[in-house]
Ligand binder design. Structure first.
Ligand code: ADP
Ligand code: MG
Length: 696
C-alpha cells in the first residue's frame, strides 16, 4: 500500500520536483521565491513556465487547459480551452503562452457578484496563483487562479484568502522578529480540514426528489435503528465503502492531496476523510478537489456522496474541522507549547492573541460558517452550538490564570506527565481534552475550529481567523516594539487578555442548557441563524479592520453579505418548491389512496357484518386529519413563497424565508412524518430513512 502511495503521489501535479527538472535554474529560483515569499510574478518568466507546463501536461495526456477558480458559489469553476493552434500549412500545433497562464477572461457574468460588476462591464478576470501547484485532471491542465472584476475587486473565495495570509504574515513577522528570529522570511498559516460526508445507494437516492434537488431530506420518519448503538463509529468498513475510499485516496494522491485518514463517523452511512495539513491556500484548493472527487468517485461505486450539513433529521449532520496554526518557513510553530508552556513567551503571546481575537470578533467566526444548510446543524446536540467559545483545557487555563494573578507557576509536575510525543504538549491530556462540544478548541499544537459546514469552502473561515489574529498581532507588535522589557510586557498583555477576554474560555459541555444561560450571562453572542449573523459583517468595526489589513474593502464586504443572503433565499426557495411538489403530487395522493383502501376494508367488513373495524376507522380518522393539515399548510406555504419572492430587499427576503417559510416547512414535515410512520411501505411514495441509511 505504502509503495503504491509513493508511486502515485503527485504524479499529476506540476510540483517542485517537476519544476526543478524542467525549468532553467534562474526561472526555477525566481518562481520559488514568488511561491515562498508571496512576491509578484515577473511576466518575463511566465512564458518559460507556460511552455514547460504545457509539455509536461501533454505527456500526461492533457489536451486542454483551464483556469480553475472558486467563485462565490462555493464550488470550483472551469472554462476549458484546448492547446491547439492552427499553422499556415493547415496543421495544428499545441500552444500555451505565458499570457494564457497568467491571465484568463472567462465569460463570467452569471457568477454571483453581489452587484460588484455592473452588467456593462460584466467581465471577470482570472489570475494565476503560483503559490498553489497546477495539476492535470480529466485530460485538462488545471491552473489555480484568483477571480476578480475589471477594477480588481474580489469575486471569489481565493483572493481574500491570499490577502488574509499576507496580512497575518506581515504582522506575525513583526512578532517573531521580537524574539530575535531575523532569519524568518515568511509566516505561513497551516490548515488541515477534516471532511465528513454521507454515502447513500444511488438507486435509493434517485427515488428521493428532496435529496436530488436539495441535497437533504425534507421529510422522513426515523428508522427503528439509528445511531444510538454507536456501532458505526470507527467500525469495520463495508466492502463497497472500502473500495470507494481506496479509489478516492488513490485519485487524490495523484493530484498531490495528502489524504491520510479515512474512517466511519458516528451516524450510519457517514464517513470522514482527514488530510495532512498544509498551507491554508493549498489546503483550501485541496479541500475543493476532495469534495469534487468524493462526488465523482461515489458514482462509480453505485453511491451518491452527500455533502449537505444535515441530510437526515434526527441523525448527526456533517461538518468540517478546520485545524489551524501558524508556522515560520523554517518550522517554528507559534502554537507549540513545548515542555514548559508557561516559560514559552511566543506561545503565550499567540494564545493571548487568539483568545482576544476570538472574543472580540465572535460574530465573524459565526458568519464564516453561516449557510442555510449549516443552520440545521449548529446547536442541535451533535455539533457545536451557535455560541462561540474557546476550549483550552484545565491546565492551560490554570497557567494563564496564574500569570494573570502574578503567581509564579511551578510546572515540574507537568514535565513529569509529558507523554513523550512531540506534538502532545507537556500538559496533561485529561478527559476534557477530548471535549468534542467546543466550537474552537486548542488541540495540542493548533486550534480546531469545528463549526464549518461540510459543503462549505474553508476559505471564509480562514479569512476571518487570519484577519482577526493579524489585527491583534498588529496591536501587540505596536506595544512590544516600543517596550524595553518584552517579557514583562508580554506578561501584562496576557494578564489583560485574561481579564478582558477570559469570558470566551469555556472548558465544559457546550451542548448543555446551562451553558446557553451561562454564555448569555457572560455576554457572549448566540447568533442562531444566518439571517441573525450576516448583517453584523457590515459593522463599521469590521469594515475598518478588513480595510486596514487590505483583505476586503467596503464594497466587497457589502457584496458578500448580499450574495450569502441571496443564496440563503434561493436554497429555501428550492426546498419549499420541492416540498410543495412532493406533497401535492405524491404524499397527499398516497395518503388518500391508503385511506381509500381502509374505507373499502371497513365497507367490506360491514357487509359481512359483526367484524370489528375500529383499527381501520381510527387510522382513517388520523390520516385524514393529517392529510387535511398537509393540504392546507401546503397551500399556505405556496402563498408564503410568492410573498417572499416579491420582496425586493435582500435581507427582508431572507428573513421571510427564515421566519415564515422554514417554520411552515417544519410543520408540514411533522404531519407527513406521522403519516409515514403508520402507512404500509408500498403505499408510501419514497424510500424510508431505513433504506437510505442502511443501503450501503
Ligand atoms: P483529531 O482531530 O481527529 O484528533 P488529528 O489530531 O489526527 O485529528 O489531526 C487532525 C488534523 O489536524 C489533521 O488534518 C492534521 O494534519 C492537522 N494538523 C496537525 N498539526 C497541524 C498544524 N500545526 N496546523 C494545522 N493543522 C494541523
Ligand atoms: Mg478533529
Amino acid at each position: 500500500m505504502l509503495n503504491k502511495a509513493s508511486e502515485l503521489f503527485g504524479i499529476n501535479v506540476f510540483n517542485d520536483s517537476v519544476m526543478k527538472e524542467r525549468l532553467p535554474e534562474d526561472v526555477y529560483s525566481a518562481l520559488k521565491s514568488t511561491m515562498k515569499e508571496g512576491k509578484t510574478i515577473d511576466s518575463g518568466i511566465a512564458d518559460t513556465v507556460a511552455a514547460a507546463m504545457k509539455d509536461w501536461a501533454l505527456e500526461k495526456g492533457a489536451t486542454h487547459f483551464t483556469h480553475w477558480f472558486q467563485p462565490m458559489t462555493g464550488i470550483t469553476a472551469e472554462k476549458h480551452d484546448s492547446f491547439i493552434s492552427p499553422t499556415e500549412d493547415g496543421n495544428i500545433i499545441m500552444e500555451f503562452s505565458g499570457k494564457e497562464l497568467i491571465k484568463g477572461e472567462p465569460d463570467a457574468s452569471s457568477f454571483p457578484s453581489g452587484g460588484l460588476r455592473a452588467t456593462f462591464e460584466a467581465r471577470g478576470y482570472t489570475a494565476w496563483d503560483p503559490s498553489s501547484y497546477a495539476f492535470v485532471k480529466d485530460e485538462t491542465l488545471c491552473i489555480p487562479t484568483a477571480f476578480c472584476s475589471y477594477s480588481g475587486e474580489a469575486l471569489d473565495k481565493k483572493t481574500p484568502l491570499l490577502r488574509s495570509m499576507e496580512a497575518i504574515n506581515k504582522q506575525a513577522l513583526r512578532i517573531i522578529r521580537l524574539f530575535g528570529h531575523t532569519e524568518v522570511k515568511r509566516v505561513n498559516v497551516t490548515v488541515g480540514p477534516e471532511q465528513e460526508y454521507f454515502l447513500v445507494d444511488r438507486q435509493v437516492y434517485e427515488k428521493r426528489p428532496d435529496l436530488v434537488f436539495c441535497g437533504r431530506t425534507l421529510i422522513g420518519s426515523m428508522p427503528p435503528k439509528g445511531q444510538e448503538m454507536d456501532d458505526h463509529y470507527f467500525g469495520v468498513l463495508k466492502p463497497r465503502v472500502a473500495a470507494f475510499m481506496r479509489e478516492l485516496d488513490a485519485e487524490l494522491w495523484k493530484m498531490g492531496v495528502l489524504a491520510k485518514t479515512e474512517h466511519n463517523e458516528v451516524a450510519p452511512a457517514q464517513h470522514e476523510l482527514a488530510p495532512v495539513f498544509t498551507t491554508a491556500n493549498i489546503a483550501a484548493d485541496h479541500n475543493q478537489l476532495t469534495m469534487e472527487m468524493m462526488k465523482k468517485i461515489a458514482l462509480r461505486h453505485g453511491f451518491v456522496c452527500l455533502l449537505h450539513e444535515k441530510p437526515f433529521e434526527g441523525v448527526n449532520g456533517s461538518g468540517k474541522h478546520n485545524n489551524w496554526s501558524l508556522s515560520t518557513d523554517n518550522g517554528i510553530n507559534f502554537l507549540k507549547p513545548g515542555k514548559t508552556p508557561d516559560k514559552n513567551p511566543l506561545f503565550l503571546l499567540s494564545l493571548a492573541a487568539i483568545i482576544k481575537a476570538v472574543d472580540e470578533h465572535q460574530e465573524l467566526l459565526r458568519i464564516s460558517v453561516a449557510t442555510a444548510g449549516n443552520d440545521h446543524r449548529l446547536g442541535t446536540n451533535e455539533a457545536p452550538p451557535a455560541i462561540i467559545s474557546i476550549f483550552l483545557g484545565e491546565e492551560l487555563t490554570d497557567i494563564l490564570k496564574d500569570i494573570a494573578k502574578g503567581i509564579h507557576h511551578d510546572n515540574t509536575e507537568r514535565i513529569n506527565m509529558n507523554v513523550g510525543a512531540d506534538i502532545i504538549p507537556a500538559i496533561r491530556k485529561d478527559n476534557t481534552d477530548r471535549n468534542r462540544t467546543s466550537p474552537f478548541a486548542f488541540t495540542g499544537n493548533k486550534f480546531e475550529f469545528r463549526m464549518l459546514g461540510s459543503s462549505s469552502s474553508i476559505s471564509d473561515a480562514n479569512v476571518m481567523l487570519n484577519t482577526m489574529v493579524a489585527e491583534v498581532f498588529s496591536e501587540f507588535a505596536d506595544r512590544l516594539e516600543k517596550s524595553d522589557n518584552i517579557n514583562e510586557e508580554i506578561n501584562c498583555i496576557v494578564k489583560e487578555v485574561i481579564e478582558n477576554n477570559g469570558r470566551i474560555i469555556f472548558n465544559g459541555d457546550g451542548y448543555s442548557k446551562e451553558w446557553k444561560e451561562e454564555a448569555q450571562r457572560r455576554g457572549l453572542l448566540n447568533l442562531e441563524s444566518t439571517v441573525d449573523a450576516l448583517p453584523l459583517l457590515k459593522s463599521e468595526k469590521n469594515i475598518e479592520m478588513f480595510e486596514k489589513h487590505k483583505v476586503l474593502n467596503r464594497a466587497e464586504i457589502n457584496s458578500r453579505v448580499d450574495i450569502i443572503l441571496e443564496n440563503y433565499s434561493k436554497i429555501l426557495h428550492i426546498e419549499a418548491l420541492t416540498l410543495i411538489d412532493m406533497m401535492n403530487r405524491e404524499v397527499i395522493p398516497a395518503i388518500t389512496a391508503y385511506t381509500d383502501s381502509l374505507c373499502t376494508a371497513v365497507l367490506n367488513k360491514n357487509s359481512i357484518g359483526g367484524i370489528n373495524s375500529s383499527v381501520e376507522r381510527e387510522l382513517i380518522a388520523r390520516l385524514s386529519a393529517a392529510n387535511n393539515e398537509i393540504f392546507s399548510l401546503t397551500g399556505e406555504l405556496k402563498m408564503a413563497v410568492s410573498s417572499a419572492e416579491r420582496s425586493r430587499d435582500v435581507f427582508e427576503k431572507a428573513k421571510e424565508y427564515h421566519d415564515i417559510i422554514l417554520k411552515n416547512m417544519c410543520d408540514i414535515r411533522k404531519y407527513a412524518d406521522s403519516a409515514e410512520s403508520v402507512m404500509p411501505s408500498d403505499y408510501w411514495p419514497y424510500p424510508s430513512y431505513g433504506e437510505l441509511l442502511f443501503s450501503n
